[in-house]
Design a protein around this ligand. Structure first.
Ligand SMILES: C[S@@+](CC[C@H](N)C(=O)[O-])C[C@H]1O[C@@H](n2cnc3c(N)ncnc32)[C@H](O)[C@@H]1O
Length: 467
């Protein structure tokens, strides 16, 4: 039996009657019924909408979006197309969440329950998309959102309200949007504390930074210098009919993002996917053949592999998360490279053999506020206090690693943060505490567009230990 007929069998013509909760009282805040099978057709927009809404509702309770989507996919029948549609809707919804929630508050008679609110956010993200990238007709979105609502016990009672809200939005779109956009959270689509933090840190460029975080990211590749050259790989892309631009010594940006399975030479290890800003790390570390190198926060291994593509070094790749460390192993294998993998805490030295390292890369855990265009859920998951907590952890990691650096050796400190507390202030305090010599490095790279610039927000500081 083929996949399609399996789907049809599982999909009755009429949605199963939703089971309503015994209590619908708002203050009980019931857990989401994430496993409920809706009976919708897996290839319908309604199915994708309720799946995406489920993921968004989970993000609101603290799960990151990739994990939330993976959970939805694990519990519900999906095809690659359905997963693609759910993902697309969920990412759009995250990028527009501020606007959608303000619009919902304007139109809904009372605060909707979690899944209802998430479903409305998914629908509104589709309805407010600019015409040129609008994936569905407005009337289809409204009809399918109501069908989705009807199919699930957490939303069925709100079906009428959802219908009324979406139809009102279509009738009064301009007035409603004009009013909503007076609120910064709706205009910029970030929590207010985040907007304030960007304004404080980057008073001249805060608007550009916030706006760029709502763009969809490019697909940038890193050429494997061991296996190919920029000229040869660009020719290969041209042969494959894929338009691309060189945007760094090893960086190529594809005009149109595609799945990795469609990238020429990916499986053979000719290229990897890596942001152009992240590709600065390995060259800055200045690794020479034969050196002992520690990549202290290595997973998933983008920078580990780049280091090994540039030099025959003895690399130890450390990460506190063994599952993430396994991904370093997979990447090394695809690229035919070798490193010693250590699941361990970079704050301690219990795992260290006492032999100093010539180079240390400290790509420390941080708020990831510089990579929100790739991870639009981060802004809704983070809390203001996270910055200080993560800066304290990374300060401990840096001080510990410094003990393991050979005299004359170099340590490269990297974050993908926009907050100075995690980056420049941390670098300055570290240099002072350890009498580290500060060498030339880019410092803060802001994730703003412009000619020749297309990278995430990263911070680089390079230190040398006195010989
Ligand atoms: C920014 S990511 C590293 C990205 C990686 N360098 C790359 O280029 O692919 C930070 C990593 O630090 C790891 N981490 C967090 N706390 C750690 C600790 N105390 N010791 C070692 N690794 C840690 C996380 O598991 C995460 O994989």
């Amino acid at each position: 039996m083929n996949k399609r007929s399996t789907l049809t069998l599982k999909s009755p013509a009429k949605p199963a009657a939703p089971k309503l909760r015994s209590s619908h009282a708002r203050d009980l805040k019931p857990a989401l019924q994430t496993s409920f099978q809706t009976g919708l057709k897996a290839d319908s927009l309604a199915y994708s909408l309720i799946g995406a809404a489920n993921a968004i509702a989970q993000v609101k309770t603290g799960t990151n979006l990739p994990q939330a989507l993976a959970q939805v996919w694990a519990k519900h029948e999906t095809t690659p197309q359905t997963r693609g549609a759910m993902q697309d809707i969920a990412y759009r919804a995250m990028r527009q969440l501020g606007q959608s929630e303000v619009l919902t508050a304007q139109m809904a008679p009372k605060a909707p329950e979690a899944l209802v609110s998430a479903l409305l956010s998914c629908a509104l993200a589709l309805l407010t998309a600019p015409d040129e990238v609008k994936p569905y007709e407005d009337f289809t979105v409204v009809d399918q959102t109501v069908t989705a609502a009807e199919s699930h016990p957490d939303t069925a009672r709100a079906k009428g309200m959802i219908n009324a809200v979406l139809r009102r939005f279509l009738r009064e779109r301009k007035v409603l949007l004009d009013a909503a956009l007076l609120q910064p959270v709706a205009k910029w689509n970030y929590p207010q504390w985040w907007i304030d933090a960007v304004k404080t840190a980057w008073p001249q460029r805060w608007q550009e930074i916030l706006a760029s975080g709502n763009n969809t990211p490019p697909l940038t590749l890193r050429i494997n210098a061991r296996k190919t050259s920029m000229a040869d790989y660009l020719a290969k892309l041209e042969q494959a009919g894929m338009a691309a631009t060189q945007i760094g010594p090893y960086a190529v940006r594809l005009a149109k993002p595609v799945g990795v399975q469609l990238i020429p030479g990916f499986a053979e290890g000719l290229v990897s996917v890596q942001d152009a800003g992240a590709q600065l790390a390995a060259p800055l570390l200045d690794v020479q053949d034969g050196m002992r190198v520690l990549d202290a926060c290595a997973a998933p291994g983008g920078k580990t592999c780049h280091i090994l593509e540039l030099a025959e070094a003895q690399v130890t790749a450390l990460d506190a998360d063994p599952k993430r460390l396994a991904r370093v192993g997979e990447n090394l294998e695809r690229l035919h490279l070798q490193a010693t993998l250590k699941p361990a805490d970079a704050q301690s030295n219990g795992w260290w053999d006492g032999q100093p390292f010539d180079r240390i890369l400290a790509d420390v855990p941080c708020t990831a506020s510089g990579i929100v265009r790739r991870h639009p859920d981060i802004r809704w998951l983070r809390r203001k206090g996270d910055t200080l907590q993560l800066a304290t952890l990374s300060g401990k990691i840096l001080d510990n690693l410094w003990q393991m650096l050979a005299p004359g050796g170099k340590l490269l400190f990297v974050t993908c943060s926009l907050w100075p507390q995690e980056s420049e202030a941390q670098a300055a305090a570290f240099a002072l505490r350890n009498q580290a010599v500060r060498l030339d490095a880019p410092g803060q790279l802001l994730p703003v567009g412009g000619s020749g610039q297309d990278h995430d927000g990263l911070f680089y500081a390079l230190f040398q230990k006195n010989a």
